[in-house]
Design a protein around this ligand. Structure first.
Ligand code: ADP
Ligand code: ADP
Length: 226
């Protein structure tokens, strides 16, 4: 079944009093458990689309659904990771991850166990009590991924999560992500500029192509593993 449904979505932004279209009438579906990468030139609307899937932005026309439900507001069931880790600097790695479980049902002891498992899963064992400023870029992104996974989201949204990392660190993080995805089969949408990354990680690559002479973009879909 399709977990994500993007139906005829348009989004315009006011620039100097004029509404310029960023996305116009785009439609896309993502199956449950599928890993889709979204590529395309800078400014073609990839982040805008991902932010709408997260509930951080809203379409002017059309609708976005996850699991059949219209997306209204941000929700921990759709975890998003950005290029910068956005960890809270006054909390340790463990506390940052635990924070995403605040107000969730469950015993504190169980939550600690779950966080310990996640920390191991992303390869941060031994850094539970480290502060964000003590972590390298790659380790920070590992922590951000663990935080995003803690509430057990059904959808993982990744906006160039490895874009700021050196190539070796990026390769390690890609391997870690692929392992996690293979274990959990989370429906994943990755925005990336790195075509190699898209090929390595995804079931399907969706190219958002600017239309010649037009401001907005349209989809073209490539399926490396149909
Ligand atoms: P991408 O992620 O593909 O680089 P974006 O989704 O960030 O593209 O942006 C798509 C287009 O929408 C760009 O022209 C960008 O300048 C414009 N845009 C995005 N967000 C805003 C905003 N909040 N206000 C005005 N224009 C915006
Ligand atoms: P990314 O590199 O992930 O595409 P950007 O750096 O383009 O992200 O955008 C970061 C933020 O700035 C987003 O919230 C986006 O909506 C906003 N933004 C992008 N372009 C513009 C713009 N022309 N005017 C106002 N806000 C913008």
């Amino acid at each position: 079944p399709d977990e994500i449904e993007i139906n005829h979505v348009s989004r315009r932004f006011q620039v100097n009093g004029t509404a310029l279209p960023a996305l116009e009438n785009v439609s896309l579906t993502v199956r449950k458990g599928e890993f889709v990468s979204l590529i395309g030139p800078s400014g073609c609307g990839k982040s805008t689309l991902l932010r709408m899937l997260a509930g951080l932005d809203h379409p002017d026309q059309g609708e976005l659904r996850v699991g059949g439900y219209l997306i209204h507001t941000p929700s921990l069931t759709r975890g998003i990771v950005f290029q910068d880790h956005r960890l809270l600097p006054w909390l340790t790695v463990e506390q940052n991850i635990l924070l995403s479980l605040k107000n969730r049902p469950g015993q504190a002891a169980e939550q600690h166990q779950q966080v310990a498992r996640l920390i191991e899963l992303v390869g941060l064992k031994g850094f539970e009590r480290a502060w964000p400023h003590q972590l390298s870029g790659g380790m920070s992104q590992r922590a951000a991924i663990a935080r995003c996974l803690a509430p057990q989201p059904s959808v993982l949204l990744l906006d160039e999560p490895f874009g700021a990392l050196d190539s070796l660190t990026r390769r390690h993080l890609q391997q870690a992500l692929l392992q996690i995805w293979q274990q959990q089969q989370l429906t994943t949408v990755l925005v990336t500029h790195d075509i190699e990354e898209a090929v390595y990680l995804s079931d399907r690559i969706v190219v958002l192509k600017p239309r010649p002479g037009r401001l907005h973009s349209q989809f073209e879909i490539i399926e490396p593993r149909p």
